[in-house]
Design a protein around this ligand. Sequence first.
Ligand SMILES: NC(=O)c1ccc[n+]([C@@H]2O[C@H](COP(=O)([O-])OP(=O)(O)OC[C@H]3O[C@@H](n4cnc5c(N)ncnc54)[C@H](OP(=O)(O)O)[C@@H]3O)[C@@H](O)[C@H]2O)c1
Length: 294
Amino acid sequence: MVVDVRAAGVNYVDGLMCEGRYQMKPPTPFVPGGEVAGEVTAVGEGVEGVAVGDRVIALTGFGGFAEQVAVPAGSVLRVPARLGLGPAAALIQSYGTAMFTLTRRTTLDPGEWVLVLGGGGGVGLAMIDVAVALGARVIAAASSAEKRAAASAMGAEATIAYEVEDLKARARALSDGGVDVVVDPVGGRHSEAALRAMRWMGRFCVVGFAGGPIPSVPLNQVLLNNRTVIGVDWGAWTFRNPEGNSAMIGDVLAMVADGRLHPTTPAERPLGDAAEVMDALIHRRVTGKVVLVP
Ligand SMILES: NC(=O)c1ccc[n+]([C@@H]2O[C@H](COP(=O)([O-])OP(=O)(O)OC[C@H]3O[C@@H](n4cnc5c(N)ncnc54)[C@H](OP(=O)(O)O)[C@@H]3O)[C@@H](O)[C@H]2O)c1
């Protein structure tokens, strides 16, 4: 089917793909852009359940920074009535990752403490939203006052300025002795401090390395307190388990539709600014999400 793109979500992985540092390496030249929202303008023969004029999200992998995309019918999802096409275009990668992390790779009990690193980024904010919706209490770590304010607005009870404060000590103090779960999309030097901030039976979710270096952690810190380190690769899981992913994304959209999840309204930039926006994202200058508008 053909979708007229009204907004294309920009994610860190788009930048990684352009730099040739992502696990998926499309042959060059290619058009980046992994997720879009828009209106269906044509459907192929035999396609059922989607009609011309429907508002949909399309997962493209790449090719989404465009005015139109041609996508298989199986890769589109209907946009709930109360969700605008801008927020819809910025939703799936961040919330898919968050939901997969916090409901499929680990689970949360109500009242558990979750420490989210990079809490003002796209994945970070989605992690906060999902964790709070599941009844957890969230501490968010972020570099700037603007990002910490965004994390608080999303529901984090406390924030840590992890570039200047002692992450381990502050996280332990705020959570009355240690956090139950760490969500780490950042890596670098903060990972070990976050690991050490976990209490008995804590779970450390490895989500990404936006900070650059892939950290090495002393394994005695995993042994101590019976901690668990959990790898998260949502993308790989979607390929192996498309039905499970559809069900999970269906849950995300239902929770958005009934107000349990609150994706923020992304900043809008013209499609022609794609390179500039990806550069800003890769270099840490973006709070929350940005969509490109053709
Ligand atoms: N495992 C998975 O399945 C999966 C799925 C999707 C995305 N990811 C990964 O999750 C990470 C976050 O993606 P995103 O789209 O949310 O990106 P994002 O919006 O740019 O957020 C990343 C955050 O990382 C922090 N950061 C620290 N050092 C940085 C540096 N040197 N450069 C850039 N950012 C830095 C920044 O927060 P502060 O400035 O506050 O430190 C930034 O807000 C990426 O590594 C991405 O590859 C993983």
